[in-house]
Design a protein around this ligand. Structure first.
Ligand SMILES: *Cc1c(COP(=O)(O)O)cnc(C)c1O
Length: 369
């Protein structure tokens, strides 16, 4: 592979420690969905545990099961499935289950009776994101039935939770509105004498900016990978550091004359005698073609260079300048702790760093830590 995706597991563990310190009084769930945002599910999960994450969270049930199969014995919550679960596998594995509808609740209950074990449930309330979860209007019926099933010993309701739409925009009015709906939902649980072990609402952004919304458990994802979704007023990245680095090596370094057009369509032309560096990764490796034309930068020997001209399928070019000491084989950092950030690449590509991490992380050879 001409592209190297390096994961700093120590950074993940340290980031969890930093988030635990910010959310003192709450437990931390390391969100490891989507192969841990491209960082490798099992290894990232281990690092999160090492940093003190009492919980791990996955959207996909298969990922929760994979964590168990890899030997993780801690609390794991999974949430993205319909009535097909697979609850017959999740319940014996001791995975905490999210529930947002009567139909899924009944499916869980049926599987619980079949396995003879009472699964731990977290009732997912849609407080305004308009995605997963039970609308507040339908919540009383869902809670009534959950209480009935709990009294019968079929399930155990341990949590209530929700997810924020605008947490990365501190002060956005929907945050307080969602918090108010969540409070109503908690009251509904209390009215039914449902004793909740964990109430949880905060993603990374709310973990960092809204201590009043930490409740019993916070669920940072992107922050545990060192990419805080909100700016640190102290300019210090909230004490987090990026865990992923994407690097390659210069394949060719060569002098060219002034007026040399570079790459397809000659969108870049040298304005002086200079030295070009050939970077052997392209859009087939995840480098957005839209990042060409100088929009994204890479680092070589501690200096930044914009992409010169178009990104090709397997390669792009940088203009190293006439006085460069760079040479073939030198490391090129696309993003990582010593180069540009994933956020900068996201801005260049017109997306968010979440997608940058998933995209490049997806290039990691299968099974590689
Ligand atoms: C992805 C996700 C998170 C983590 O979000 P970040 O913005 O990465 O911190 C938390 N909760 C739920 C339900 C999610 O889907």
């Amino acid at each position: 592979m001409s592209i190297a995706i390096t994961i700093d597991h120590g950074a993940i563990a340290d980031n969890i420690r930093a988030l635990r310190a910010r959310a003192a009084g709450a437990q931390v769930m390391g969100v490891v969905k989507a192969d841990a945002y491209g960082h490798g599910l099992i290894e990232a999960g281990r690092a999160a545990r090492e940093g003190g994450a009492a919980w791990l969270g996955t959207a996909q049930p298969t990922e929760a099961l994979a964590l168990r199969e890899a030997g993780d014995e801690g609390r794991i919550l999974t949430w993205l499935y319909g009535p097909d679960g697979p609850f017959d596998r999740l319940i014996p594995a001791g995975i905490d289950l999210s529930v947002g509808s009567l139909k899924v609740l009944e499916a869980i209950a049926a599987a619980a009776r079949a396995t003879g074990e009472a699964p731990r449930l977290h009732v997912f309330v849609d407080t305004g994101l308009g995605r997963e979860g039970c609308p507040i209007d339908l919540l009383p019926a869902l809670l009534d039935r959950a209480k009935e099933l709990q009294d019968a010993g079929t399930v155990s309701v341990v949590g209530m939770w929700s997810h924020l739409a605008w947490a990365d925009r501190p002060g956005h009015p929907t945050i307080d509105r969602q918090a108010a709906v969540f409070a109503t939902a908690l009251d509904m649980a209390a009215e039914r004498a449902l004793t909740l072990e964990v109430r949880h609402l905060a993603n990374s952004a709310a973990t960092l900016t809204r201590p009043d919304l930490h409740f019993d458990l916070v669920r940072p994802g992107i922050a545990m990978y060192g990419c805080p979704p909100v700016e640190d007023p102290d300019g210090a990245l909230w004490g987090l550091r990026p865990a992923m680095a994407v690097t390659t090596r210069l394949a060719l370094v060569k002098p060219v004359h002034a007026g040399q057009g570079v790459s397809y369509g000659h969108e870049y032309t040298t304005d002086r005698e200079t030295v070009l560096g050939l970077v052997p990764v392209g859009y087939a490796d995840g480098v957005f073609r839209s990042c060409g034309g100088g929009r994204a930068e890479v680092a070589v020997r501690g200096s930044r260079y914009p992409i010169a001209g178009r990104v090709c399928m397997d390669q792009f070019v940088i203009d190293l300048g006439p006085d460069t000491e760079a040479t073939e084989g030198d490391e090129v950092i696309l993003f990582g702790p010593d180069g540009p950030t994933a956020q900068e690449w996201a801005a260049a590509a017109g997306t968010i760093d979440y997608e940058i991490l998933c995209r490049f992380g997806g290039l990691r050879p299968k099974g590689e830590a």
